[in-house]
Design a protein around this ligand. Structure first.
Ligand SMILES: [Zn+2]
Ligand SMILES: [Zn+2]
Length: 416
């Protein structure tokens, strides 16, 4: 009898940890406030996320933590981010004792609430958590390289470097070293690679020590879908995954969805509003260590609207249970790159189409059976529902499941 020998080793991190005590926690790891270039007072941003069903939030301002004393000018001008009307709204909503203003040389200012103060007002065990973080905002020859550092004990300055990949790696290394120095779990993710066409797929493929990038970012300028000359982030994911897992001997790359929200006051097209993209993390408890450890294991998915009840994988299958809304249809697409024999006889398997659609189904649960020749398999779920406040017009609500890495291949040897 010929038996297919499948040695599918799911890397630590593949979706599939099966502890039923774990829960899904909804979070956004990338947003801005008046501490840098966002238009919301930090308490307004925090309240938006708490009131919209999020469990955790990272206020990730550019090269600054929400610490110490910072006063923001109150200006009644057309493009002002803090007007006296907005200050009055803050007083009405959060109380006079939480809105501190002063006048310096005839100019009014408001003191920005610190994360420490926000924690007191918003954090609730098991319900809402802040993870302290920063968008380390760096560049190389004007190409933007932005990395979010999560669970930091203090500010990390942009590290600079000799090339885009060097700048990226130095900043990732700084976050990793920071975690070691402060004896805490940190996490760094590479943001919006196509913003300013800053970070190429070659750069993303080469990141070491960390393994996260934004597959979806809600900011209007980030070009998630690429253009005629540049791959979109979906295609980048497949190209980078294939290169990492076959050529570079690096681990998988995990995808996040984030808001990168800057605009809390208007909701017209073209602004960068909260609520567009988030992650769901499966962890035993709502604390920074548990959340980030689960992410390091790959036990999370990215979403722009589609909610999943379960993601299960074993040696043979990847199964996704979708929390279906009435009258909404879901298409689940399984993608991956196959090893297709060794035509040139160099001992290295040749590769099929990169990011090939291996299967597509409208079933729920959606199940894919591994053939064994895949390098990895990932899934994307596309809803029939149009996103209510999309990154780009016509975007559907989606979810992105992390790749399952498959080692070994279908052998044709006989087994006793
Ligand atoms: Zn950025
Ligand atoms: Zn940002």
């Amino acid at each position: 009898m010929r038996i297919m020998i499948l040695t599918l080793a799911l890397l630590a991190g593949a979706p599939g940890c099966d502890n039923d005590a774990d829960q899904w926690w909804k979070g956004n790891t990338h947003t801005h406030t008046l501490w840098s270039d966002g238009d919301a007072a930090p308490e307004l941003a925090a309240a938006w996320y708490r009131d919209n069903g999020y469990h955790f939030l990272v206020l990730s301002d550019h090269n600054i933590l929400s610490r110490d004393e910072k006063w923001f000018p109150i200006l009644d001008l057309p493009r002002s981010r803090l007007t006296s009307e907005r200050v009055d709204d803050l007083i009405a909503r959060f109380g006079e004792e939480r809105v501190e203003t002063r006048e310096v040389e005839g100019k009014r200012e408001m003191r920005l609430r610190t994360l420490e103060e926000l924690r007191e007002d918003f954090e609730q065990p098991g319900a809402f958590l802040f993870i302290e973080g920063e968008e380390i905002t760096d560049q190389f020859n004007r190409l933007p390289v932005h990395i979010n550092g999560l669970n930091l004990a203090e500010l990390i300055k942009p590290q600079g470097g000799e090339s885009v990949v060097d700048v990226m790696q130095r900043n990732l290394d700084a976050v990793i070293a920071h975690g070691h120095a402060h004896d805490r779990t940190t996490l760094a993710h590479v943001n919006h690679p196509n913003f300013g066409w800053g970070v190429s797929v070659e750069d993303i493929a080469r990141l070491r020590g960390e393994q996260f990038f934004e597959i979806y970012n809600g900011h209007r300028s980030v070009r998630n879908h690429g253009d005629a000359d540049h791959a979109g982030t979906e295609e980048m994911w497949d190209l980078a995954l294939t290169k990492r897992l076959t050529e570079l001997d690096l681990g998988p790359l995990y995808g996040l969805a984030t808001d990168d929200a800057h605009n809390y006051h208007e909701v017209p097209e073209g602004h960068s509003n909260p609520g567009r993209g988030w992650i769901m993390v499966r962890a035993e408890s709502l604390d920074a260590e548990a959340i980030l450890n689960a992410m390091h294991r790959g036990d999370f998915y990215a979403s722009s609207g589609v909610v999943l009840d379960a993601i299960k994988s074993d040696d043979h299958h990847l199964t996704i249970h979708i929390r279906a809304e009435p009258d909404v249809a879901y298409t689940t697409r399984f993608l991956g790159t196959r090893r297709v024999g060794d035509a040139d006889g160099d001992g290295q398997p040749d590769l099929g189409i990169v990011g090939e659609i291996l299967d597509e189904t409208m079933a729920n649960p959606a199940t894919y059976t591994f053939a064994g020749d895949e390098v990895y398999v990932r899934a994307v779920i596309i809803s029939s529902k149009v996103h209510p406040n999309p990154f780009a017009k016509g975007d559907r609500e989606m979810a992105w499941v992390q790749p399952v890495v498959i080692h070994g291949q279908a052998g044709d040897s006989t087994s006793p």
